[in-house]
Write a protein that binds this ligand. Structure first.
Ligand SMILES: Cc1cc2nc3c(=O)[nH]c(=O)nc-3n(C[C@H](O)[C@H](O)[C@H](O)COP(=O)(O)OP(=O)(O)OC[C@H]3O[C@@H](n4cnc5c(N)ncnc54)[C@H](O)[C@@H]3O)c2cc1C
Length: 499
């Protein structure tokens, strides 16, 4: 327990430093297991060399035929049918709880285009039976390559297929967000979840607990789970009126899709479609992440750039020209050419929170999860994955209850475990924002040098590429969200038994 509090404190301080300091200042020893910053030792001696143990293989968890049914069946209301709310509803319903989801939008429709589903999330989704619902729409890329901003030279290589699948026992998918959300929605309905659209929650009562809807109706439950996104109203209630909203991270992203047909006609860029994979161009304060989605029909792009101004002042009329200006002089034959094919884009502010004081209300009957609890910059591609883990962990711990009277203490254990895990992912995401954005100079050269063994297919024990760094990857992708809360619950029970 004391260790957990210390780790949360360290994580919170690191996030504060990463958010408040410009450039690569603010980078410090990570609170999560990683060797990704060791290369900085070669630039600046103040960096301690860290050798956290390398867990070479993570055993995929045994496949269960039937999920453990909860002994205590609860009536649970979920606010929000985003990826977090749907994942939670599916996980809870599989264990036998009655679940109703209230979504304020008139229909489900994820904003943005592609989403990466790393193995720590896909392992859970597939175990829940999502595979057939995806209908072959999810692509399993072969590799992730980082490239130099100026000429597209390959700087790093993370082999996903078969390496990640073998090591982490699950695929690393990329998929259109709408395909993922619709698949999750259909699975939830087939399992017996009630999903009510045009049903915005405008009042959370943490005591009863209940939710009040915009049409004046009130729904009471045993537990209310708010997965109401980054602008969560429930967060304030959980935090007893003192909200801890996320902060601007100093970046915004242009999100866009390019028609793959258009790209196929140009040999300079058509190769990007040939072998499915992520290509990521890195440069001073900017990067561009790309991959193919929709069964190869669309090319997904996220173009991150520095931006501190108020989104209300952004001019949507000049957004394409502004975007092109940010990447002037970058890899002209490949990257700039694809950028010139973008016809519409959405500019999106990037925000990050830090470990909140709590996720569970003082009453123990209302909790937040997903972006409501842990908004993060998208640089680890783990925001939605954390929400899936949240849902899995919640369903697991509730399945261990012998009576309703244990609900509050079980939720406190859930909170302790998830707060640290998601906080460390917020930190790791900000760390990538530093590692990827070095201006040309000593840090950039040391980083590129340290990643070269990947490209030359030599053995390596550490890397500034957090997908490849064996210690970071084992922590991020080998994590079993159900196992971790189960362990914490059992430890707590045996501690109490000794008292
Ligand atoms: C550019 C970008 C790229 C990203 N890439 C990845 C990636 O590759 N992989 C990954 O894992 N994550 C990624 N993320 C993060 C991911 O998109 C989010 O973490 C995830 O979608 C959050 O899901 P959520 O359900 O918690 O919140 P949301 O998606 O915000 O859903 C909240 C839902 O609640 C509803 N709602 C809100 N208020 C109410 C109310 N009062 N009553 C009822 N309903 C309400 C909303 O309408 C919405 O449907 C990315 C994010 C960005 C910005």
């Amino acid at each position: 327990m004391a260790d957990n509090n210390e780790a949360i404190k360290k994580c919170r301080n690191n996030i504060e430093a990463l958010l408040s300091q410009k450039g690569h200042a603010g980078l410090r020893e990570t609170s999560y297991p990683s060797r990704s910053l060791n290369f900085l030792q070669r630039v600046n001696k103040r960096w301690p060399q860290r050798r956290p143990p390398f867990q070479a293989h993570c055993q995929p968890p045994p496949q269960e035929d039937l999920p453990l049914q909860a002994k205590v069946k609860l009536n649970i209301v979920v606010a929000g049918a985003g990826l977090g709310g749907l994942a939670t509803a599916i996980a809870l319903r599989r264990r036998g709880h009655a679940v109703t989801v209230f979504e304020k939008a008139p229909e489900l429709g994820e904003v943005g285009a592609g989403i990466q589903v790393p193995p720590n999330s896909s392992r859970l989704l597939l175990k829940w039976g999502l595979g057939p619902y995806l209908g072959g729409k999810a692509i399993e890329p072969h590799a992730i390559r980082m490239r130099r901003w100026q000429n597209g030279e390959v700087l790093s290589l993370t082999k996903l297929l078969p390496d990640f699948r073998d090591r982490f026992g699950a695929p690393y998918y990329v998929v259109h967000r709408a395909n993922l959300q619709l698949a999750m929605h259909k699975l939830a309905l087939d399992l017996g979840v009630e999903v009510k659209v045009s049903s915005g929650v405008n009042r959370y009562d943490a005591e009863t607990p209940s939710v009040g809807l915009e049409d004046g109706s009130v729904y009471q439950a045993d537990l209310v789970v708010a997965a109401d996104g980054i602008k969560s109203e429930a967060r304030k209630v959980v935090l007893d009126g003192e909200d801890q909203p996320p902060k601007k991270a100093g970046f915004a992203a242009y999100r866009a899709m390019v028609d793959a047909e258009m790209m196929r006609g140009d040999p300079d860029v058509s190769w990007l479609l040939e072998s499915p994979g992520q290509n990521l161009w890195l440069g001073d304060q900017r990067h561009v992440m790309t991959y193919t989605i929709a069964g190869g029909k669309s090319f997904n792009m996220v173009l991150s750039h520095p931006e501190d101004s108020d989104p209300a002042t952004w001019n949507q009329a000049t957004v394409i020209e502004d975007m092109k200006r940010h990447f002037e002089g970058w890899d002209p034959r490949r990257l700039v050419k694809v950028i010139s094919m973008i016809r519409t884009t959405l500019k999106w502010p990037l925000l990050s929170g830090k470990c909140l004081r709590k996720w569970v209300s003082t009453s123990g009957k209302l909790l937040i999860l997903g972006d409501a609890a842990h908004p993060m910059v998208p640089y680890m591609s783990e925001g939605a994955a954390m929400a899936v883990e949240d849902g899995a962990a919640l369903a697991e711990i509730l399945s261990l209850l012998d009576s309703k009277s244990q609900l509050h203490s079980a939720l406190q254990i859930f909170e302790r475990v998830r707060l640290l895990r998601a906080g460390q992912m917020q930190e790791a995401s900000l760390v990538n924002g530093k590692l990827w954005h070095f201006a040309d100079g000593p840090e950039q050269r040391a980083r590129d040098e340290a990643m070269r063994p990947e490209v030359e297919e030599r053995e390596f024990e550490e890397s500034p590429n957090q997908w490849s760094d064996p210690v970071t990857a084992a922590w991020a992708y080998g994590y079993d969200a159900e196992e971790e809360v189960r362990k914490a619950f059992i430890e707590n029970q045996s501690r109490n038994a000794k008292l």
